[in-house]
Each structure stands twice: as structure tokens, then as C-alpha cells.
Write a protein that binds this ligand. Structure first.
Ligand code: NAD
Length: 352
């Protein structure tokens, strides 16, 4: 008998697949249930190496469907939820905001209801961990950091839907006593990253000698974290974080988009044996996205001081590992960049 059943939503996606892999390998006594609708962003290929492990199960379910969510809870009776399933791409939220309301808000409330109902007010040993973003805090000027006390001020339909889901999670803790924790993380990068996002898009385009679209003047600043360090933080907060608290997760690693793209070009020229400066010539500035936030930066002091978490790799190391992964997994990249995604890409330029 497993000593705990953990339901991880969105486990076929970018970050979720790393969380599932970490939990399946690190906790052989847990049963890990991966619940995912397999949207364009979900890809079970991300989990090929662990799919045959005895402590892993997959359920194809859309969290917008409350009955289907309840059926999974009845079947597996989870002790813990780690909720990552979401519509996650800001540009898509600008063209289709309602999809974000359905999945990110209604889907989250369906999961909260199912957990509350399943645990029937006996919350001993139970936990609902909601995985969220630093984008709920809005934008910063040239200085300052987001702390756990920073007021919410979302600007895009994506961040508004995530902010709303965070508020519902708190409301279920305040109203029903549901045991919860939240993590709000900065931009992730690493293996399995869907190539509509900035770093994998640039890697893909550099490989294929295609233009490197950079929004506006390239001065937008983001704090980047290697995805495996985010998964480590989720593991720590899920097991050791204080009930009803939130933890900001970030790398103290701010980069202006243009500087980041230049670093990528430099590392890739070296790895591909190209002449220094060759890939930089592909950089193309494109029209800005509406409501674009200038700067995000996370103060991750709380998780560092209370739980002893800090990133395990520098940005240069993480970026180098990421490029190596994409170069070694060209087939993954080609599979993902063909089909529906490609049609979407034709009308858009990507970022974050
Ligand atoms: P992703 O888009 O790569 O993966 C999302 C996963 O959720 C996919 O597997 C998709 O199939 C699944 N999904 C989408 N809608 C669903 C639905 N209605 N029902 C069931 N499954 C559904 O996203 P990601 O980048 O891995 O992000 C995961 C979580 O982490 C999200 O909640 C996101 O807001 C948060 N987050 C992401 C970042 C980042 O940089 N990517 C940073 C901070 C927080």
C-alpha cells in the first residue's frame, strides 16, 4: 500500500513533468497520479522515462469538468494535491481570455471543491498546494522586488486569471479551513519547455537560422529560474511549508530580454561551431505586446531563510544544460513545432 497518494495536475506540461518525475523517483512509497487534459501544451513524451514505474498513474481529465474531477478524487482518494494545470501563455490570454477563466479559475475551484468534499473537513495530513506566478504582482520599475506581502496588481488576462485562482485558494482556507500552501515563481526555463516561450523559441530559431523576434526595445526584464530548481522548491514547500502561507520562488537572476538573447546566441555559436556573432545577426525587434510589464523580480528570502532553498545552478550553467537538451532532443522539438502550434505561431511572435 502506498503511504500517500499525491494528485499532480498539469503533470504532462513543462513544469509539471519535472515535478512528477521528481516525486515518482524520490518517493517510491507514494502513489503519484498525474491528471492532465493533454491540451496543446501537454505532452506525455515528457514522462517517457518514468511512465512504467509502479507508483505512477495517468488520468486524462479536463479540470473544467467538475464531475470528471470528482470521479478521479473518488477513485484515488488523494492526500495531497499539487496544482499546476493551467493555460499558461500570456499571448494566448490576450487573444482568448475566456479559456484562461475556464481552466485557471473554474478549474481551480473545481479542484478545491473536490478536495474539500473528499476530505470532509477532516484535514489531518492533507494539503492543497497551488502553484502560481510572480505575474500576479504586476510590474516593477527599475528597482525593488516582489515580496510575499506585495499587493496583487495583475495586468494581462493570464495574470488576472492566476490572481483570481490564488484568491480562491486563500478563500477556501479562510472559509472552510482547507489546508493550503502557495508558491509564486518567476519565469522558468529548461528541458521540455514548449517552444512558444522565449528561450526555447530562440534556441529553435537559432538552430534553423530563423529571425529572433524580440519585443519592443528588448529592455523588458525577467527573473529566470531553472525548472528543476522550481520542482525542488515545490517539493520542499509541499512537505515543509507552513500551512496557509505563500512562498515566493525566484533565482535572484534578472535579465533584460535583449541581454539574454545575446547570451544565448553566444553559447549557441560556441556549441554549434559557428563564427562568433553569427547568430546575433538574426535578432529582429518586433512590435510590443499590449499591457507588457516592464520588470518582474522576486525576493525569495523567505523560502531561503525558512526552508533552506536556493537555486542549484547558475544561469549560465542552467542555460548551457538547456541548450544541450534541445540539441540532443531535436526530434522532440520538431514534433512539437509541427502541427497546430505552427499555425498559431504564424500569426504571433512569442515571448515568456
Ligand atoms: P504548461 O502550459 O507547459 O503546462 C500546462 C499543463 O496543464 C499542460 O500539460 C496542459 O495539458 C494542462 N492543462 C491545461 N488546461 C487543462 C485543463 N483544463 N485540465 C487539465 N489539464 C490542463 O505550463 P507550465 O509552464 O508548466 O506551468 C505550470 C504551472 O506553473 C501553471 O499553473 C503556471 O501558471 C505556473 N507557473 C509557470 C511559470 C513558467 O515560467 N512557465 C512560472 C511560474 C508559475
Amino acid at each position: 500500500m502506498p503511504n500517500k497518494t499525491i494528485l499532480i495536475t498539469g503533470g504532462a506540461g513543462f513544469i509539471g513533468s519535472h515535478v512528477v518525475r521528481l516525486f515518482v523517483n524520490k518517493y517510491p512509497d507514494y502513489k503519484i497520479v498525474n491528471l492532465d487534459a493533454l491540451t496543446y501544451a501537454g505532452n506525455l513524451e515528457n514522462l517517457k522515462d518514468i511512465e512504467d514505474k509502479p507508483n505512477y498513474t495517468f488520468e486524462k481529465v479536463n479540470i473544467v469538468d467538475a464531475d470528471a474531477v470528482k470521479a478521479v478524487f473518488d477513485k484515488h482518494k488523494p492526500d495531497g494535491i499539487i496544482h499546476l494545470a493551467a493555460e499558461s501563455h500570456v499571448d494566448r490570454s490576450i487573444t482568448s481570455p475566456l479559456d484562461f477563466v475556464y481552466t485557471n479559475v473554474i478549474g481551480t475551484v473545481n479542484l478545491l471543491n473536490a478536495a474539500k468534499e473528499q476530505w470532509k473537513d477532516n484535514f489531518e495530513g492533507k494539503r492543497f498546494h497551488h502553484v502560481s506566478t510572480d505575474e500576479v504582482y504586476g510590474a516593477l520599475g527599475d528597482t525593488g522586488f516582489f515580496t510575499e506581502e506585495t499587493a496583487y496588481d495583475p495586468h494581462s488576462p493570464y495574470s488576472a486569471s492566476k490572481a483570481s485562482s490564488d484568491h480562491f485558494v486563500y478563500a477556501y482556507a479562510d472559509t472552510y479551513g482547507l489546508p493550503i500552501v502557495l508558491t509564486n515563481c518567476s519565469n522558468n526555463y529548461g528541458p521540455n519547455h514548449f517552444p512558444e516561450k522565449l528561450i526555447p523559441l530562440m534556441i529553435h530559431n537559432i538552430i534553423n537560422h530563423k529571425p529572433l523576434p524580440v519585443y519592443g526595445d528588448g529592455k523588458y526584464t525577467r527573473d529566470w529560474l531553472y525548472v528543476i530548481d522550481h520542482a525542488r522548491a515545490i517539493d520542499l514547500v509541499f512537505h515543509e511549508g507552513k500551512n496557509a502561507e505563500k512562498y515566493n520562488v525566484g533565482g535572484f537572476n534578472e535579465w533584460k530580454n535583449i541581454d539574454l538573447v545575446q547570451l544565448l546566441c553566444k553559447q549557441m555559436d560556441e556549441k554549434l561551431g559557428r563564427e562568433a556573432g553569427e547568430s546575433q545577426k538574426l535578432i529582429t525587434f518586433v512590435k510590443d505586446r499590449p499591457g507588457h510589464d516592464l520588470r518582474y523580480a522576486i525576493d525569495a528570502t523567505k523560502i531561503n531563510k525558512e526552508l533552506g532553498w536556493s537555486p542549484s545552478v547558475t544561469f549560465e550553467e542552467g542555460l548551457s544544460k538547456t541548450i544541450d537538451w534541445f540539441l540532443e532532443n531535436k526530434e522532440w522539438l520538431n514534433n512539437v513545432t509541427s502541427g497546430d502550434y505552427q499555425k498559431y505561431y504564424e500569426g504571433q511572435y512569442a515571448n515568456e
